[in-house]
Design a protein around this ligand. Structure first.
Ligand SMILES: Cc1cc2nc3c(=O)[nH]c(=O)nc-3n(C[C@H](O)[C@H](O)[C@H](O)COP(=O)(O)O)c2cc1C
Length: 197
């Protein structure tokens, strides 16, 4: 009887050892897959400036679809509440090439491979706060994908100026350009770029 019990125990132990080994192999394979995915999935940042909320809405829609992190570019000195006063100030800043100081800071920009950058069209170009962002951070070697909102003027010089100010960036040839806060077409644009999560 003792011999029979010992034999049963040995069988049970052997079966457990084999099961544990199989589980370990599965876990190792899963870990390898996870590591490979982590290595290949690009780290995405959606950065934007928005004075009246349109570009913010578009940025949030993009972020929801691509994942990663979202960052609002904000200036130390806020612009006037009133539209006309803001357009007057903005015109002067753009003419003088003024770069407002930024209040918010990105944690470790080096970690990102892809940076979506959103700006409203201000006097046919990007908002000075976005110019400050491009001057403050080293985006060289990163894929930069512009998105622009406007009030009827369309893209004008926004993407051209953003591209010129983004030193050594790989600026995507297909930016998003939309009127106000309209977000239709964003999904197919992101699918074409290959960035839908
Ligand atoms: C200072 C200023 C300048 C603007 N200049 C233009 C322009 O030249 N062309 C245009 O189409 N829209 C212009 N607009 C309208 C904005 O581009 C548009 O409303 C945009 O969607 C606003 O984005 P936001 O809500 O994120 O600030 C201007 C708005 C402001 C406040």
């Amino acid at each position: 009887m003792k011999k029979l019990m010992a034999f049963a125990c040995a069988l049970f132990t052997a079966a457990n050892v084999q099961a544990a080994q199989t589980n370990n192999t599965d876990a190792a394979n899963n870990n390898t897959e996870e590591t490979t995915m982590a290595q290949t999935a690009p780290k995405i940042l959606v950065a934007y400036y928005s004075w009246s909320g349109n570009t913010k809405e578009v940025a949030e829609d993009i972020h929801e679809k691509v994942g990663g992190d979202i960052f609002e570019i904000q200036t130390v000195q806020s612009y006037p509440e009133e539209y006309r006063a803001t357009t007057t100030q903005a015109k002067q800043e753009i003419n003088e090439g003024y770069r407002p100081e930024l209040k918010t800071k990105v944690d470790d920009i080096a970690q990102y491979d892809v940076v979506f950058i959103g700006s409203p069209n201000w006097w046919g170009t990007i908002a000075p706060a976005v110019s400050s962002f491009l001057a403050d951070y080293n985006l060289s070697g990163k894929t930069v994908i512009p998105f622009i909102t406007h009030g009827g003027g369309g893209v004008q010089n926004t993407v051209k100026d953003l591209t010129a100010q983004c030193k050594n960036c790989k600026v995507a040839s297909e930016p998003w350009v939309g009127y106000g806060s309209r977000t239709m077409g964003i999904t197919s644009w992101l699918e074409d770029l290959g960035y839908v999560k």
